[in-house]
Design a protein around this ligand. Structure first.
Ligand SMILES: Cc1ncc(COP(=O)(O)O)c(C=O)c1O
Length: 413
């Protein structure tokens, strides 16, 4: 989404240097045009029932944009539910799931009359029945099934194997049916699944669709009128040239083959796919040093700003916008955090860099700012949204010194 025009970096029609003048690094920049393009393209290929996975990026401006593009919201906490309602998503376009919803979370969701609460355990179904009865309501629910499918992604973002903590094992349908038959306040109308993130293997999608179709049919045969089949998110985004190829059109072909002529309303919950490529992280070099033959560029973004490389070993392309020489130097780009794992990339070739130069970390629109923290007592990053030649700050962090006032000193100190 970052383009070089006349040797200058632009996001859409906005010069990145204009943003840098008013916004202190490190900060995230998102392109409205690119988000819009990804959402429209996904809707065109997979149909209108797309629910943005809010966990990927929950900035209020981004949620408002997603809502204006006509998609729904998939939330995994009451915080995300409140944010989505606040951003204007109609309650009937919000799905609430998550493996650990508390009683208070469920009561809040019941009161808001959202489209579906997707339950993830038999215990949760029992609790929901009790709460719905107490509130004298009949509510629509779904069950998240665990289809026991290995999506072929890294174990830290795999969610669809039977030993993973998510969903109810798909071979427990009979138990669910028996339980639901005694739950007069629950209307089971949906089945859902999500086997993990960064899934590129088309066979994993195919096997998931086969299992989910079978599961929905089994519920139907037991007299439960399943309307919605929610097939999760997880679409693969290419973070670098070594990533496997993925085409969402291939997912659609499998969908058509497996759900051919069935009457279920099919939906998806993508997060990363809709926004990862629409974001960059802009960071300044604050120090350069050579240790044991390694040329370090120390930047002001750290694992507290963007945790994916440290947490998942994720690769993100990094480039400079200040190319001064043609001679490339091998650099390792590291953050300022006192942790050895605070490294963004090792041994990349960049033109010679000096303190104050700017680096761009690509494809950081998803699971970026939402996972940032104040670790090492450092400020959160700002966020900027670009729309053609306009840009707006959509998050301005408080000065970290303010946090000092939030702590409470007990009387004995
Ligand atoms: C239940 C659920 N749905 C959807 C998603 C979105 O996944 P992704 O961002 O890979 O599309 C997630 C994220 O892991 C999830 O837990």
């Amino acid at each position: 989404m970052l383009e070089i025009k006349n040797k200058l970096p632009f996001v859409e029609d906005t010069s990145l240097h204009d943003i840098i003048k008013v916004c202190q690094t490190p900060f995230y920049v998102y392109s409205q045009k690119m988000i819009t393009h990804k959402v429209e393209m996904t809707k065109k290929i997979l149909g209108k029932n797309i629910f943005f996975s809010v966990k990927a990026n929950s900035n209020q401006a981004i949620l408002k944009l997603m809502n204006s593009l006509g998609i729904g919201a998939d939330v995994v906490s009451v915080g995300e539910l409140k944010r989505s309602l606040d951003a204007g998503f109609p309650p009937n376009k919000i799905i609430f799931e998550g493996v650990g919803k508390s009683k208070e979370d469920l009561i809040y969701a019941i009161q808001k009359n959202i489209r579906l609460i997707n339950t993830e355990s038999l215990e949760e179904i029992k609790l929901l029945q009790k709460l719905a009865l107490e509130k004298n309501k009949i509510i629509d629910i779904g069950v998240r099934l665990n289809p026991n499918i290995d999506g072929g992604t890294i174990s830290k973002i795999s969610t669809g194997k039977k030993t993973d903590k998510f969903g109810i094992e798909i071979n427990e349908i009979e138990k669910i049916v028996n339980l639901i038959s005694n739950c007069n306040n629950l209307n089971l109308i949906g089945v859902s699944c999500h086997i993990g993130s960064q899934i590129s293997n088309i066979d994993a999608y195919k096997n998931t669709f086969i299992e989910m179709k079978k599961a929905a049919d089994k519920f139907m045969a037991s007299g439960i009128n399943i309307k919605h089949v929610d097939l999760g998110g997880g679409f693969h985004v290419s973070y670098g040239k070594n990533d496997p190829k993925f085409r969402i059109e291939d997912v659609k072909s499998e969908l058509d083959s497996q759900f051919n002529s069935s009457k279920y309303e099919l939906s998806f919950e993508p997060g990363r796919y809709l926004i990862a490529e629409a974001g960059i992280l802009v960071t300044s070099i604050i120090n350069t040093k050579e240790n044991g033959g390694v040329n370090y560029l120390i930047v002001d973004a750290g694992m507290n700003t963007f945790v994916r490389p440290a947490m998942y070993n994720a690769h993100h392309d990094i480039e400079t916008i200040t190319k001064k020489t043609d001679n490339s130097i091998q650099y390792t780009v590291a953050g300022p955090i006192c942790e050895s794992t605070d490294i963004f990339v090792r041994n990349i070739l960049l033109s010679k860099q000096t303190v104050g130069d700017i680096l761009i970390i690509r494809n950081t629109g998803a699971y970026g700012k939402v996972m940032s923290s104040t670790y090492n007592t450092r400020s959160l990053p700002a966020e900027v949204l670009v729309n053609k030649e306009n840009f707006a700050m959509i998050y301005i962090p408080e000065k970290i010194e303010k946090n000092i006032e939030e702590d409470i000193i007990p009387s004995w100190l």
